[in-house]
Design a protein around this ligand. Sequence first.
Ligand code: ADP
Ligand code: ASP
Ligand code: MG
Length: 411
Amino acid sequence: MTRLVMKFGGTSVANIERIKNVARHVQREVAAGHHVAVVVSAMSGKTNELVGWCKEGAALYDASEYDAVVASGEQVTSGLLAIVLKDMGIPARSWQGWQIPIRTSDAHGSARIEGIDPKGLEAGFARGEVAVIAGFQGIHVESGRLTTLGRGGSDTSAVAIAAAIHADRCDIYTDVDGVYTTDPRIVPKAKRLDRVVFEEMLEMASLGSKVLQVRSVEVAMVHKVKTFVRSSFDDPSDPKPGTLICDEEDIVEQQVVTGIAYSKDEAQITLRDVADKPGVAAAIFVPLAEANINVDMIIQVVSDDAKTTDLTFTVPSAEYERARKILEDNSDSIGYAGITGATDVVKVSAIGIGMRSHAGVAARAFKALSEKGINIRAITTSEIKFSVLIDAEYTELAVRTLHTLYGLDKA
Ligand code: ADP
Ligand code: ASP
Ligand code: MG
């Protein structure tokens, strides 16, 4: 019998009515003769509420207790879906991450899956049971503590379980019917894609398209899990295929640019009049790296006297205050005249494996954005994407401009 993983996100299990609708999707696949493992998220809004309670409890809350709290949202929905399935006459049982177990690192709040023992799930399949698994959770076996996989981590639970049980397919059901050329909530002209290449999906996810957690795409790519993104709001008796994440050779017609992503999770820092001499970049970036702060875009301007330079770079907005403090504490060893920053900035990116073989793709964007009066603060490029940092107020205009420029608008 073929094995299938079906993952349902927060809006798909937001209340009992929706959980019953999820159960009907599961019923269809069971009736088609599959062994099914279902992975569920917490009800939408629940994880935010739980995170808020932790912060209220203590500004510097203990990370392992944070995991104990936030993992509870998925415990509720996995139990509820199992209750509903059993009531429909479908044998099922709920599984918490620790019960399987899903073994992870001890990086509480953003743990990585290290291994999944499929034996318990397989024994359940042999008994004809649907496994209803709480997503997002794992266990650090050595300490016996619960862990969670980072926000959006149920996607990764699903794909990793699919790899562990050698599932034929992993279906990620969400509140949109597939992966679009950009976030359909801000660009109504966005088009649904039938297929997206793993590498592109990886870039889209890491550059802000939260439809899949980045790590889930990595796991799917490494373990060759056939992954679809599709809608849980489709009629369970008439499902649509959604978007397949696939290898490059499975793409028939390749566009130069496949998608546009944006991320508000950026902050800009500029150091003025830094000495233009060897060792300065190290003096700035080593302390930040030691504090685990990821620096992304970096631009250096050589000033007229060639003795000093301005250095601009970005850090995740959540790390902005901490990064500034580190730079201020190290001001003597770095040596700069002033420090300025901005958090009302956004990174807009265009992604496409077609960029490998086309020159001037980014240059067209710079021109189009300048024609709209949008100032570019920083730029980064790589083989299959480029990103620009702009003022947050121009987010939608910039995304729409690039979407149109690269011919992605739906007819
Ligand atoms: P779930 O709760 O099911 O995990 P998420 O909210 O995490 O759902 O992800 C789905 C959302 O991702 C969509 O509602 C959509 O607004 C957003 N999104 C951002 N970029 C894209 C994209 N390129 N294609 C589809 N959805 C996208
Ligand atoms: N409930 C968790 C979150 O909101 C995990 C998930 O939904 O994937 O981040
Ligand atoms: Mg999600």
